[in-house]
Design a protein around this ligand. Structure first.
Ligand code: BGC
Length: 499
């Protein structure tokens, strides 16, 4: 058996996000976020019009989450702060002490158990009050976010050493402000994504500088931004147009944010050219992609202490001209994304399982962004509801993925220092509601106590964490409790299964 080892101090984690797990949407003075508004409006935009009002109930059931984390033996736990739980209207004008107490409890109990907290400041759930001022399309949000970040460093930074400012600006920009699929469901094709992206970049940079100037010396932590990307390959490897389209895909996806932050403060050249070319054709005097001034470039360049990558899937890319009179991000991209029918499919439908894509993406990041320290801050596979508790196939995907990560480290010399499973437990999967289950722990949303039960993958992952690698991963685990091979319905009555 080959050895798939990991560096000695490798961070083994799992990740969650506030809106997806906490519930308590209006508990103890929490202000509404855009996701509260969006889900309460109904309109069939979310699976069965479900909401995150209760989700996994983590606001009151934190101790249950902690049990899961301890059972896995994690060294790190990544979670996000609900901005509007701490600052109900998004500003420091009013601070919700109950929110501080909740996160103090979470952080302190993690540390008592020798688990390092990795804290995301903003994971899609912007306070509604800030959205009402224009949200990420408004420049005002840049300074409001910086003040929120500063408040978090002041309040929790004595104990939190790894910070992530913004989770996946690409997803927010494109799907929340351009296509209007995610909250706050703003549809501004051709402009929304670029404006939101522009402000998120500046907000991130200011939050990084704030830490660097005011806190770094005493607190000695590190700050980054979590970027997601697919891996991409040309549909036809001998087509120059497909190859160029593939580069464009990566430029509009990962490099859009990674190049300014890690290289030179500015957007990718191909992105700037394409958007300004299209803008000209539309008769506009300036590009729809806002320009970064020299001052802004200097502000943004170098504002990450490590690289956070969220990886899920890959695509084959075919060049095409998207016919439309109206400007849009999609038209600017001008390509077709194809899922190879040979790739296994899991839930949700966009998620084709391509473990080798991660290794290629890691190599790309090493080469393109000057060999940064990388944490894979999200990776996972969803199951449809009802899921299999004995998720053998899913674990195979995890194993294969970890092999690819190990090869990236040991063969390609990529500096990966951590891996976080998305997610610790099944949760509110945005527009898919409870129907895409990404958890290492099953959550029974039909029971008031929301019991957590480990999937087989949790047992297997805990072995990897224990061994710091895949070596000797033979089937030497013991399953106690109600895991059966029943293919359709899992028996979830009874007490929580223990590892
Ligand atoms: C997000 C998570 C989400 C996961 C699976 C990531 O893009 O950060 O919040 O649940 O993907 O879709």
């Amino acid at each position: 058996m080959e050895n798939y080892t990991f560096p000695a101090s490798f961070a083994w984690g799992a990740a969650t996000a506030a809106y997806q797990i906490e519930g308590g949407w209006d508990a103890d003075g929490k202000g509404p976020s855009v996701w509260d508004t969006f889900t309460h409006q109904g309109g069939d935009r979310v699976f069965k019009n479900q909401t995150g009002d209760v989700a996994c109930g983590s606001y009151t059931l934190w101790e249950e989450d902690l049990k899961c984390i301890k059972q896995l033996g994690l060294t790190h736990y990544r979670f996000s702060l609900s901005w509007s739980r701490l600052l109900p209207d998004g500003t420091t004008g009013f601070i919700n002490q109950k929110g501080i107490e909740y996160y103090n409890k979470v952080i302190n109990s993690l540390l008592e158990n020798n688990i390092s907290p990795v804290v995301t400041l903003y994971h899609f759930d912007m306070p509604q009050a800030v959205e009402d001022l224009g949200g990420w399309r408004s420049e005002k949000t840049v300074d409001i976010f910086e003040k929120y970040a500063q408040f978090c460093y002041e309040t929790f930074g004595d104990r939190v050493k790894l910070w992530i400012t913004i989770n996946e600006p690409y997803i927010v920009a494109r799907f929340a402000y351009e296509e209007g699929i995610l909250a706050p469901a703003k549809k501004h094709p051709g402009y929304g994504a670029y404006e939101a992206g522009h402000n998120m970049l500046r907000a991130h940079a200011k939050a990084w500088h704030n830490y660097n100037t005011n806190f770094k010396k005493q607190q000695n932590g590190a700050v980054s931004i979590a970027l997601c990307s697919d891996w991409a390959e040309p549909f036809n490897p001998s087509s120059a147009a497909d190859k160029e389209a593939t580069n464009r895909y990566l430029a509009f996806y990962l490099d859009w944010f990674a190049k300014p932050v890690f290289i030179d403060g500015d957007y990718p050249v191909s992105m700037k050219l394409k958007i300004s070319e299209n803008s000209k054709k539309e008769g506009l005097k300036t590009s729809r992609l806002p320009e970064l001034t020299e001052e802004e470039k200097a502000l943004i360049k170098g504002t990450a202490d490590f690289f956070c990558l969220n990886y899920y899937t890959s695509r084959k890319i075919k060049h095409c001209t998207v016919a439309s009179e109206d400007p849009s991000f999609i038209c600017d991209l001008s390509l077709e994304e194809i899922k190879d029918p040979d790739w296994p499919q899991c839930a949700p439908e966009w998620l084709a399982v391509v473990p080798w894509g991660l290794r290629k993406l890691l190599k790309y990041i090493k080469k393109t962004f000057n060999n940064p320290v990388i944490y894979i801050t999200e990776n996972g596979f969803g199951q449809n509801d009802p899921p299999l508790l004995e998720d053998t196939q899913r674990w195979k995907f995890f194993e294969e993925t970890l092999r690819e990560v190990s090869k990236a480290i040991n063969i390609d010399g990529v500096n990966v220092q951590g891996y976080f499973v998305w997610s610790l437990m099944d949760n509110f999967e945005w527009i898919y509601g409870n129907n895409a289950r990404f958890g290492l722990f099953h959550v029974d949303f039909d029971q008031a106590t929301l019991p957590r039960t480990p999937y087989l993958s949790a047992l297997k992952y805990s072995n990897v964490v224990k061994r710091n690698g895949l070596e000797g991963q033979a089937d030497n685990y013991v399953i106690k409790g109600p895991i059966t091979s029943n293919k359709n319905k899992i028996p979830l009555k009874g007490s929580q299964t223990q590892i």
